[in-house]
Design a protein around this ligand. Structure first.
Ligand code: SF4
Length: 285
């Protein structure tokens, strides 16, 4: 074992190298961004899951988080803005044995893609959706988005946002998601556990990961280093599994509640319902 580890260090290879598209590296992530470690956690969770990597597809939309799918050496798809979910539903219903994982940002999934995600949860589409929430549109320069909380300064909210953000876990829970969790990028082991549980779930599973974006969120909000954002998470999060999702909104003046909020009995998935309709239609002929 020790010899193997020494060999690995000497070879300078990382055990996950084979699962990255070398030609796409170097990546675009800024120093201090949590997207690199979240990519690593996702890879580990997939490789430890019951699925053969050949039977996994990773889909993302546009934005910094949206770049992740393109870096992974799976069947992966970097789709148009806000359209990761409809693309994934197509994949999932036409290839029911495939595990389809969506990873994208808060702006992509809950602004332009908002209509798609609520209906995917309502219909119990067989998807695992991971939303990395960095509270702003990072890639386009730091505009306020649907998760920007009151008082947060962004390029479009120089006096602090005055709007109510989405309470994402509650939105997903009320739409019928089978699994809903929220963790921060600091909670590496918890994030991995949540990814594994979400991947194992049949039906619509959802994980929100609060990520560090020092470049466009942090520097306007006195958190200009990735480390400072992680320290902020450490000092301002409270663990409460099974919290009532109505109580987990994020604001600047109360602790952020993290945990596994929803893990409920599975109802028929969209794919199962479509197959049922197919059988009914064939029986009628
Ligand atoms: Fe990460 Fe923010 Fe840089 Fe995007 S802009 S790569 S989210 S730190």
């Amino acid at each position: 074992m020790v010899e193997e580890k020494v060999k690995l260090q000497e070879s300078k290879e990382h055990p996950l190298d084979g699962f990255l598209r070398e030609g796409r590296i170097p990546h675009i992530f800024c120093p201090g961004c949590s997207l690199g470690s979240i990519t690593n956690i996702l890879l580990e969770a997939i490789l430890e899951s019951e699925y053969d990597p050949k039977d996994v597809a990773v889909v993302s939309g546009i934005g910094c988080t949206g770049r992740i799918a393109g870096y992974l050496n799976f069947d992966s798809f970097h789709t148009t803005h806000g359209r990761a979910i409809p693309f994934s539903i197509g994949l999932s219903v036409t290839d029911p044995n495939r595990k389809v994982i969506v990873i994208s940002g808060d702006g992509d999934l809950f602004a332009i893609g908002g209509n798609h995600i609520i209906h995917a949860a309502r219909r119990n589409a067989n998807l695992t959706v991971i939303c990395v929430n960095n509270f702003n549109y990072g890639m386009t320069g730091g505009q306020a988005g649907p998760t920007t909380y009151p008082g947060q300064v962004q390029t479009t909210t120089p006096y602090g946002s005055q709007e109510q953000p989405f309470n994402i876990p509650d939105l997903m829970a009320s739409c019928g998601a089978a699994y809903v969790a929220r963790w921060t990028a600091l909670d590496v082991r918890r994030v991995k556990e949540a990814f594994s549980e979400a991947i194992a779930k049949n039906g619509f599973s959802f994980v929100e990961v609060l990520g560090s974006c020092p470049t466009t969120f942090g520097r306007r909000n006195q958190l200009a280093e990735g480390k400072k954002i992680l320290e902020f998470f450490r000092e301002n999060t409270v663990l409460n599994h099974n919290a009532d999702t109505r109580d987990v909104s994020i604001s600047h003046d109360s602790p952020i509640i993290v945990g596994r909020f929803i893990d409920r009995d599975e109802r028929p998935t969209l794919t199962e319902n479509l197959l049922k309709i197919q059988r009914m239609s064939q029986a009628k002929k």
